[in-house]
Design a protein around this ligand. Structure first.
Ligand code: PSV
Ligand code: MN
Length: 398
């Protein structure tokens, strides 16, 4: 890390220049818990409204040029929706990002999608994945991000091994349909909606499946998809080492997949993950293509406010990680200087980087505080008035 003040400043500005994050369309829509939904007047219910909201977040933060789409929530007519999508991209200046198949809401998927014992349902699920890949080709999206709800609730009720084989077969077929510059991201989750076994429950299973699928498949780490004690940065380090890290769904959690705002519960966890990513980058490991995405559901907070707050928090934690003196850290690690090494970590984490983030924004002609600018600009109030009067569409899954 540079030592003079001006070199340090340049280093920090470059670190922020290199950071972008994708926001999810479903973060702007009304979602809820399994007990009910709290409807917000400003929530988006059409694809156009989601694009408008994403554009507002990008205008304020300057680092969210793409929006993740869930096929059946955003493009229910599939390929036929692409012309409208292109119009929205033009109009709002944000582009479609990762394409997420929906394998969790149709009645047929009650006992699983790609792992369903019924071959006709497995075929239907695969067709949906293939359609999603085709959509991604037409939107120019590099990543197809696959999450399956598949699993079972009772011991003995399903053959775990038979389902592994079905999954390998389906993912291999999906991989065959990828264009050379596309990637299949395989997301794991330990439980929910299934409560006994989940077919892709952890990073080891996802890593095996990615290998079985083919060279363009990678693992996606959703920070909310781990048991409480798990060391997520170690998983990240392993995936970086093996070249299998494809991307992230960032959020925070206290108990399970809570979908809370990034850094709201444990910012140190995200800082440690960012440190692994930046270390890998400076060691020349192929971490450049790793996709940073947000996957959150804002039931109580205002959706645009929560998204802006998340992006700003991500930038601050990224900056803090950039402040670690990595050369000195390597020396301390090598000589087993435990306290000195830990203090380098802690010192960077406890630095107030908000003035630096504000300086970076000002250099780019952005508002120093995107949250304050959102409030002052009145966007949320305007859309609440426009949208509030009519019945809002509610996503069927939260
Ligand atoms: C599943 O819990 C998940 O994390 C998947 O990434 C879905 O795409 C997303 O949530 C939907 O909110
Ligand atoms: Mn996710």
């Amino acid at each position: 890390m540079p030592h003079s003040d001006s070199a340090l400043f340049d280093h920090v500005m470059e670190a922020l220049d290199a950071f972008q994050i994708e926001i999810p369309s479903w973060g702007f829509a009304n979602t809820g818990t399994r007990f009910g939904k709290f409807v917000q007047a400003a929530a988006a219910s059409t694809l156009e409204e989601k694009f408008a909201d994403a554009a507002e977040v990008n205008r304020l933060t300057g680092v969210t040029p793409t929006i993740a789409l869930h096929v059946l929530w955003d493009l229910p007519d599939g390929i036929d929706d692409i012309p409208e999508l292109k119009r929205l991209e033009q109009r709002y200046g944000v582009k479609a990002g990762s394409i997420n198949p929906n394998l969790f809401q149709d009645q047929e998927y009650k006992f699983g999608s790609l792992c369903n014992p019924d071959p006709a349902i497995r075929r239907q699920a695969l067709e949906h994945v293939l359609n999603s890949i085709e959509i991604a080709k037409q939107t120019g999206s590099r990543d197809i991000s696959l999450w399956l709800p598949d699993g079972s609730n009772y011991p003995g009720s399903q053959s775990i091994r038979a389902r592994i084989a079905w999954l390998e077969e389906a993912l291999h077929a999906a991989h065959d349909a990828l264009a050379p510059d596309q990637r299949l991201l395989i997301e794991y989750k330990p439980f929910e909606p299934a409560f006994y076994h989940t077919d892709i429950a952890d990073w080891g299973m996802a890593s095996h499946l990615a290998r079985a699928a083919g060279p363009q498949a990678r693992v996606l780490v959703d920070t909310g998809h781990h048991y409480s004690a798990q060391n997520i940065e170690q998983i990240v380090a392993w995936l970086l080492h093996t070249g299998q890290l494809g991307g992230f769904h960032f959020n925070d959690r206290r108990y399970a997949d809570d979908d809370l705002t990034l850094g709201s519960i444990d910012p140190y966890q995200i800082f440690r993950i960012f440190h692994e990513l930046q270390c890998a980058q400076s060691d020349g490991l192929a971490s450049a293509g790793v996709a940073y995405m947000i996957d959150q559901s804002h039931n109580l907070k205002g959706k645009i406010e929560a998204t802006v707050q998340t992006v700003v928090t991500a930038q601050e934690l990224w900056l803090k990680a950039a402040l670690i003196d990595r050369e000195e850290l390597t020396r301390q690690q090598q000589s087993c200087g435990i306290v000195a090494a830990e203090e380098l970590f802690r010192g960077a984490f406890w630095t107030d980087v908000r003035p630096l983030a504000a300086a970076w924004r000002e250099r780019r002609g952005l508002a120093a505080s995107p949250l304050a600018a959102l409030r002052e600009g009145g966007y949320v109030e305007r859309i609440a008035l426009q949208r509030g009067g009519r019945a809002s569409a509610v996503s069927s899954y939260a």
